[in-house]
Ligand binder design. Sequence first.
Ligand code: ATP
Length: 641
Amino acid sequence: MNTPQPTSPVIVPLLDYLLSENRVRMVDIKLAELLCEQQHDDVFYLILLLSNAQQSQHSCLTLNELDWQNPFNLRQTEFSPLTLSVPDCLSPFCDGFSTEQAVTCLQSHASVGADKPLLLFDNRLYFSRLAGYEHTLAQRLLQMSQQTVKIDNQALTQLLAHYFPDQQTDSIDWQKVACAMAATKGFSVITGGPGTGKTTTVTKLLAILQSLYQHAPLSIKLVAPTGKAAARLSESILGAKDKLTSIPEHIKTLIPQSAQTIHRLLGVKPFTNKFRHSTANPLHVDLLIIDEASMVDLSLMAKLIEALPAHARLILLGDKDQLASVDTGSVMSDLCQGLALGQTPHYSVERCAELNQLCFNGEAKLQSNPSDFKLADCIAFLQHSYRFDAKSGIGQLAQAVNTNNSGKLNYVEQEVNNGVFKDVIFDYDLVSQPLDKLVQSAANKYAEYLQLIAQDAPSAAVHKVFASYQLLAAVREGDYGVNNLNHRIEKQLAQQGLIALNADQRHYVGMPIMVAQNDYQLKLFNGDIGILMLDESAQLKAVFIDEQGNERAFSPARLPAHDKVYVMTIHKSQGSEFNYTAMVLPPANQATAGINRQLVYTGITRAKNTFELVADKKVLLAAMSKSVSRASGLYERLVQL
Ligand SMILES: Nc1ncnc2c1ncn2[C@@H]1O[C@H](COP(=O)(O)OP(=O)(O)OP(=O)(O)O)[C@@H](O)[C@H]1O
């Protein structure tokens, strides 16, 4: 009997291969053909590469970073003998093709230039819309940063001394520097890891500003990208106001404590992606504070800034090392480029002198280290975590991951084993039924809120308990993905009699759901979490608590697309925090492509009191060493403007 011989692969044109392997989409080919008058020339392929970059949320295609010999990153190993087709070449560009040649042909192309669909800036190719957002943003931020801020420096120095009494140490109080900086600039960024005091600093800053402007208090608005993040900001500001006894009561009343979402502030026009507030109808605000700014994408940030009146100040708060926004861009990390732990940000000589005067009686504590970046004088970096002290492993683990420091990771593991760090649990054993253990432990945690529902407890209490524990997964599919784990936990809860599943009905009492799509009519947004409960007339309703603490109930049939959320992706957890956060990474033999440092860091920093990691250590180490960044020209524009 003849054994079947592997058929030899068919050699196909590169474009056909890319299409058959889903490396390019037909819609992008059509667009590129339209812009190139049906020619499959170099620009045609550059547009395909740009479309691919945009699909991965890059703002542009960085020509300098392309491998002209293999621009679509095809790997020879993918062309195994069983592959039905192989491309006739790896690159559509001729031998020796270079960035200079790409720039030359783009510059003379009919679709590239001002008022054309494509734009070239600093060896970066853009779709014009995104280049426009980047340009607007860079210009407005620069204008704001150069705005003259009228302030009584002597009064400011006194207020800074009041809120940051000297601790007689040589170390720099970065919170004080951040306050001095933001008080004296129309635009500023305050970045820092978890618990470094961003909210505390901003609360003190608001107290300082309202004291300085007592004759005409500022109209201040606090916003965040999601309802969860806005609710958390409101709670944190309220907590900080309570704690900060040094703020006089009459000033406290001038500090807002209720935050809203950016969409609510801008006012979404129903059935459009347009906002009520824009350049033509600016917001009534003197100072806008955006928390969790790393989650805000380029287009929303540009629209928000366009809606600010000319005199308004802006402060961005957030952690530059977290995952970038779900949509295109990476505004926060672009603006924070070059910051390093233990180093003074790149302040100019004049700025250092000013800040030293305001904060340290003129003592030269801050040393200048200037850069060409035009906003360098507006960036503050908080470097000390007050939430996680020396006895806490969460902060140390977050730092180990963020700095790709395996030595520090070993130290954290050792201290966990020694019982010193009680807030971290490592479960590296992915061999002996780790999923059973994880599913059981999640079911035990969720039993608590389900028991409250059974006891008819108020919805707010049910939500609070549900939100105290969350299992995060890095991926959606596979054994270790959100879908499978959600299913298994649900089954486990049903077996324990905590929920009653019904084959005919998707929804049941106790089911936690996460909205997957914005519904502007119902004002339910992607990421909002609801829990299904019975109302007074025994009707099943999904109960949501908004950022203002208001309860809203919807019949399940009216809900926009949603999923159950015993487990959520790390991406979706951004902007939330949980007392107990468990995170599971798939083993090395499953899809781990999207697992990187920013993802793991974001997962760890969701934990307030306890963090549990279920992962293969090799996968963790590989993720730590893989830092991702998005292509953007924002920083470069702010160097060149
Ligand atoms: N200078 C300080 N001295 C002592 N404790 C502080 C100081 N600054 C902040 N804290 C405390 O540290 C904790 C974290 O502070 P805060 O909530 O302001 O940080 P954050 O950076 O906003 O945190 P998050 O990770 O939630 O964004 C709070 O309990 C706060 O009271």
